[in-house]
Design a protein around this ligand. Sequence first.
Ligand SMILES: C[S@@+](CC[C@H](N)C(=O)[O-])C[C@H]1O[C@@H](n2cnc3c(N)ncnc32)[C@H](O)[C@@H]1O
Length: 355
Amino acid sequence: MERPTEAVTGSAVDAPPFSELHFGHTELLPTYRADLRNPGNERYERFVDLNVVRDWSLLTWKQVGKPFEVKNMSKEHRAWVEANGGRAMPAKTSWELFNRSFHAWFETDVPARLQETRRELLRAFGRFALRDVRTALAEAVKIRFWNYAHRIQDGIWDPRGKRALFLGLPLHNPRILFLGAAEGYEAMQLSAMYPGGEAVLVDYDPYCMTNRFADFPARYPFLGTNPATGAPKVWYKEQMNLHYVVSDIRALPFGREFDIVLSVGLLEHFPDELKPEVMDWHRKFLKPGGYAIMTTPRNQLRARLFYRIMEDVMNHTYRELMTVPQMGLYVYENGFDIRRHGIIKVHNGIIAQPR
Ligand SMILES: C[S@@+](CC[C@H](N)C(=O)[O-])C[C@H]1O[C@@H](n2cnc3c(N)ncnc32)[C@H](O)[C@@H]1O
């Protein structure tokens, strides 16, 4: 196995902010929501809508239609294409832009920025400077949208939805491989729920390891399981056995050695002719009996609005929005049996096994 580029193992969190005493509690912090509600997952079906398709073999593309392509691109992307004589931007470059701009939002102190944008708007109004008013207004809308999507709704990390989707798999000390891991959120959520194993996080943009993952809040509480008792327990990133590998997925040296191969927001970035290869990435590292877990953004009106308002932050690369039957058909026709499928706040989720 390639040596991990970084390991985070077993160190203690300084004065952990939350413990089992805080079960049921939720709190808005400046950059995220801490959510310790429903620690035993008793009401899991409130957060996931499961298994709407009965027989995948009966579904056709004619019935389900094709995904919606998000075509509006960021200013940075457009400027790059223009400066490069109309050439298509290489995928890796587009991810480098995406990861830097997205990360800046996760790092933003939202209450402070809300106040700042209010002041900027008032100042621009005061000067009757129309162009400044427009810019300040656009900034004010973006931060309010981010506040709603990420902090109030917690739609991006969606811990209750993700737990509901990942719940109840027959796994013991699993080895988890996260393809295109970015900050690694879902590998941490799975590690908390299925502790005692190892998670390997892979991304070819080094910034994901050095910034997105490294800056992920050490004090963020993940609800999972106490392996000694089976009772709910609060976990922190630094208590987990996580290895980050900076590598192209296509160059990974692993064999069929993982119990879970996971991706979050990967499949929809590849047009149809490349989807079989992406599905193959999810198959080739799985142990017999292992699970591919995948999520992709839903095709909802509010998602289309999000990628419109946040286009300069998010839209650097090819992207589709899809329904769960569309996503499932890609998974099914590429040789997987679908064990569970559902929708959570903003993503579709599928758990599948190679046929
Ligand atoms: C859309 S992101 C995943 C969404 C993520 N949850 C987030 O919050 O950004 C996809 C990630 O996959 C990585 N990626 C794309 N193609 C890759 C490849 N061939 N090898 C390794 N990483 C890749 C990108 O660098 C990016 O960080």
